[in-house]
Write a protein that binds this ligand. Structure first.
Ligand code: PLP
Length: 411
């Protein structure tokens, strides 16, 4: 790998140094368009709301909105980012387990799509509806057992226990809240149950991506069945079904599209609700790479090697629970040796991966590929400041975020 989207890695390093995040506008656009197209080919009414938490760099979300994407936000903070860059409230899906009163008021005024997570939030919205003396439309987040082994789902209202039905019933009785949609998201990070005593969550985190499409089919079937149930019982007509994210990238999307869409089309004939999808990883993962430099090499006696890069878990926190892909710039693939790849932090746990790599010397460059999802927003200034992020768009380079300065960090 000598270049990214036609721009030589040497030139990128010459201008911005390393570590350096490089975003490909071409891949981002392509991912978004193909994702939407695949669903639109099979379903008449589709909106794709990009999940900000995967990567809310302004340059990334701006590009996605220009392609017609909505925003999926999980906090008042992310909501504010969307509004600041000019996304209208109607194009925002407001999710998340903690929405504050003022944030909900604003979202209601703006006409945003609000998916309610819990009973406290229902009460807040009821109070707002009473204050403004108008019913408020909401979606409710559903959780159901589709076979992902995880702790009891912390998000939304449970289907099997009757909790979700009870919530719809209570909204219909009180009449201040109108159920306009159902929302579900099948998590990709699973925290497997462990011993109660001394339970350390990170030890039990598993990334399951992509999940089997059958899980998405099961989620879709269950949501549709529930939609029929509340239509028959309470006369609720849904405007939308929001099937969340968790989808694979466009190369393997087809069975997932069918899994989501077929159960809906089987039941809704000519009165299909809007289908909302909230991809994050699928849009941004392979659109970002991190260029790093080898700053130390230790050949060990046991045929193993340790190398230190100038980027570690400060920039790639997902290394703690997922495998990274490494590629050495301008090097042969000979003499591969098991290599423990460390970051620069003065911390034993700063391990980016264990991989087979060819001979390496100080100053070599290694690209850590396809790291666009969940790293940049979770990166920190721990021990080292955060570096430049640049976008390549049709051969042009644009700085998306300047390297962090000491003054800005200490301010
Ligand atoms: C509600 C919701 N929607 C969408 C997503 C995006 O998921 P992914 O990046 O796996 O597509 C998430 C991620 O956690 C989420 O919580």
């Amino acid at each position: 790998m000598n270049e990214i989207d036609g721009v030589s890695i040497k030139k990128l390093i010459g201008e911005y140094g390393t570590p350096l995040f490089v975003v490909s506008a071409k891949i981002l656009r392509n991912n978004f368009k193909k994702f939407r197209q695949e669903f639109s080919n099979k379903y008449p009414k589709v909106e794709v709301a990009y999940s900000y938490k995967a990567n809310y760099l302004l340059g990334v979300i701006d590009l996605i909105h220009k392609e017609g994407g909505l925003a999926e936000v999980a906090s008042g903070f992310e909501y504010e980012i969307a509004r600041k860059i000019g996304v209208p409230g109607k194009s925002i899906v407001f999710n998340g387990p903690y929405k504050r009163n003022q944030e909900l008021k604003r979202a209601i005024e703006d006409g945003a799509i609000i998916n309610v997570d819990n009973k406290y939030e229902l009460e807040l919205i009821e109070d707002i509806a009473s204050d403004i003396n108008k019913p408020v439309e909401i979606g409710i987040r559903i959780n159901t057992d589709v076979g992902i082994h995880q702790l009891p789902d912390r998000f939304g209202f449970n289907l099997e226990s009757g909790e979700a039905l009870e919530v719809v019933n209570s909204c219909c009785e009180k009449r201040r809240l109108r159920i306009a949609g159902l929302h579900i998201h099948l998590t990709s990070y699973v925290v497997q149950p462990g011993e109660f005593e001394n339970f350390i969550p990170a030890k039990n985190i598993k990334l399951i991506w992509p999940k089997s499409s059958e899980m998405h089919r099961s989620a879709s079937e269950r949501l549709v069945k529930f939609a029929q149930q509340i239509r028959n019982r309470f006369g609720v007509t849904l405007k939308y079904l929001d099937m969340g994210g968790g989808f694979p990238d466009e190369d393997s999307l087809t069975p997932y599209v069918r899994a989501v869409v077929e159960p809906i089309l089987d039941v809704f004939k000519n009165d299909e609700p809007l289908l909302i999808l909230e991809p994050g990883r699928a849009i941004v993962k392979n659109a970002v790479h991190l260029i790093t430099t080898v700053v130390d090499v230790k050949e060990m006696t046991n045929e193993k090697r340790r190398v230190t890069l100038d980027a570690g878990i400060n920039l790639l926190p997902t290394s703690l629970w997922s495998l990274q892909e490494f590629e050495v710039v301008t090097n042969s693939n000979e003499n591969l040796k098991e290599t423990m790849v460390y970051g620069p932090l003065c911390l034993q746990t700063d391990i980016v991966g264990i991989v087979k790599l060819p001979e390496l010397k100080i100053g070599d460059n290694i690209i850590i590929k396809n790291i666009g999802a969940y790293n940049i927003p979770q990166s920190s200034s721990f021990i080292f400041p955060r570096p430049f992020i640049v976008l390549i768009d049709d051969g042009d380079l644009k700085v998306l975020r300047r390297a962090e300065s000491i003054d800005a960090m200490l301010a």
